[in-house]
Ligand binder design. Structure first.
Ligand code: CDP
Length: 252
């Protein structure tokens, strides 16, 4: 066990190769997706993923604000990622900081290449991502929530966009890092995939890993994305499942 400043570094892998929450290296945290969680929005989704809780709401296609951003040949995608002040251990200052702006930008760009934006010129598709509880991997949870919310809103898209981070802890490549692993691990590699075409539409890296490790992390992350893809489709199926109408009572 080493130390960073005054902080003790926790043991991230047991001698049996299990992580602090008992997961194997290639195992996701429990993930629950609810499509259509809000009544006001045109599309919405709530994602509970490990200790993360993220809500996404979609509006549009609608008039562009601010007006000068309007594009004559396509819709613009405006994603706004926000962390609630109460979402982290130490109160986060409310409002859009640089980190939130960067995450909002990369998520908007990810969806621009998937949504059929040419079908809605001079409009904006607005996606609000609110992190209510954060425990690492919130941008990925945000992409998953936004993607299901966009589908729930009926926005035409080439595919859903599953997302997850792979990373490196105690010298090993691992899937879906939780907070302690993100803080004390060696690397974090969030990604988002378009499963049908195999395209990555978001890829970022913090920390360091070798080229061989990067390949392993990408493979592990892509496999994880396929698992998440299944859960996203299940959530949408559950939302639109046609339930048998209860028998109507006939009174004379
Ligand atoms: O959440 P994600 O992994 O996408 O982004 P990050 O910048 O790597 O942040 C990792 C985690 O650090 C977040 O999920 C939060 O749990 C925590 N964090 C925090 O406590 N305060 C902040 N201002 C930002 C992040």
């Amino acid at each position: 066990m080493g130390s960073v400043g005054a902080k003790e570094v926790p043991e991230l892998l047991s001698p049996e190769g299990l992580r602090i929450d008992g997961r194997r290296l290639d195992e996701l945290r429990p993930l629950k997706i609810t499509a259509g969680a809000l009544h006001q929005a045109e599309g919405s989704a709530f994602v509970e993923w490990g200790a993360n809780k993220v809500m996404a709401a979609v509006y549009g296609p609608r008039e562009v604000h601010p007006r000068h951003l309007q594009q004559n040949n396509k819709a613009i995608i405006q994603c706004r990622y926000n962390m609630a002040a109460f979402s982290v251990d130490e109160r986060k200052r409310p409002g859009l900081d640089r980190r939130s702006q960067e995450i909002s930008k990369v998520i908007s760009e990810a969806f621009e290449s998937v949504i059929f934006v040419e079908e809605f010129p001079r409009t904006s598709i607005d996606v609000y991502i609110e992190v209510l509880q954060a425990n690492a991997g919130t941008r990925c949870a945000g992409v998953v929530a936004a993607s299901v919310a966009l589908a729930d809103a009926g926005i035409p898209m080439a595919d859903l966009v599953p997302s997850v981070a792979a990373g490196k802890i105690s010298g090993h490549i691992a899937l879906d890092l939780k907070k302690e692993e993100d803080n004390f691990g060696e690397a974090d590699l969030p990604m988002a995939l378009v499963p049908q075409s195999g395209r990555l539409v978001l890829l970022q890296m913090e920390g360091h890993m070798t080229r061989a490790e990067l390949t392993e992390a990408l493979d592990m992350g892509i496999k994880g994305c396929h698992q998440i893809y299944g859960k996203m489709k299940d959530a949408l199926r559950a939302r639109y499942q046609v339930t048998e109408a209860p028998p109507t009572e006939v009174t004379a």
